[in-house]
Design a protein around this ligand. Sequence first.
Ligand SMILES: Nc1ncnc2c1ncn2[C@@H]1O[C@H](COP(=O)(O)OP(=O)(O)OP(=O)(O)O)[C@@H](O)[C@H]1O
Ligand SMILES: [Mg+2]
Length: 276
Amino acid sequence: MTALPFNYKEPILTLSNISMSFHGETILRDINAQILDVTRPNMSQGQVVGFYGRSGIGKSVLCRIMAGLIRPSGGTVEVGQAQQAVEPGMVGFVQQRYPLFDHRTLLDNLLVAAQRKHAPEAARQHVDMYLERFGLAPHARKYPALLSGGQRQRAAIAQQLLCSDHLILLDEPFSGLDVAMIDELKRIIVEVTTMDELNTVVIVSHDLVTTTALADRLWLLGRERDASGQFLPGATISPRHQYNLAQLGLAWHPDVEAEPEFAQFVAEIKEEIRGS
Ligand SMILES: Nc1ncnc2c1ncn2[C@@H]1O[C@H](COP(=O)(O)OP(=O)(O)OP(=O)(O)O)[C@@H](O)[C@H]1O
Ligand SMILES: [Mg+2]
């Protein structure tokens, strides 16, 4: 497929020399990666990064570091056009488990989030829009404990979309959703990332087809081997595991999933993940 025209501007997220150890065990090592503001002619195009790696390799730990919720053992995270050191609240983060205030109804949970960014009337409009889009309108007055797993997850995603600035991390957003809801969430991610060119979504997922089809960049967190073939301690995102789908001609094509080059590429990524 032909690469569509694009350019890059300033960085949105910069990870410099990130390392993380817990009780002397190295989980992450020397991570250097960057998300740049991508631009496409005559449209506002945000960024979508697919973030892959074996279970237990450290993806959720790196998300917590990127969201400023835990400090890395070494290295820095800088976010936004001003490239400020990350602080909690700057980056929206939908965790693998979806924390909601259990003493507030779904509607109130979302209003609290929306009012961090919008005046009350606009907040209500945004909340109603997301309730509708996510199939949650009939459940607005329920308390989170009464929602199904998928409903809770959609609520948590809506909550972060409502209150965060431009950068959102979604940890396993597609797991537990039915096919129709996966399609809806895909549409929402496309909508969010074409609303404002600074909007950026990082998607941690084991669903390589769905996520790669949405992404313009991929990160693969994996273990590297030394000269003798032994695994080095800790996982990293090596330069060869940072894929630029825009350059490869695999980004932004509708129905890219049906293309043979896409299937071939996903097969290669699977092989890389298996070997890491
Ligand atoms: N606070 C902590 N203290 C000690 N070890 C931790 C802590 N948090 C995470 N770990 C360890 O770090 C490793 C990476 O965990 P993480 O949750 O990031 O994996 P993951 O890549 O997100 O996996 P999955 O795909 O299954 O969600 C695991 O071995 C986990 O036990
Ligand atoms: Mg995880």
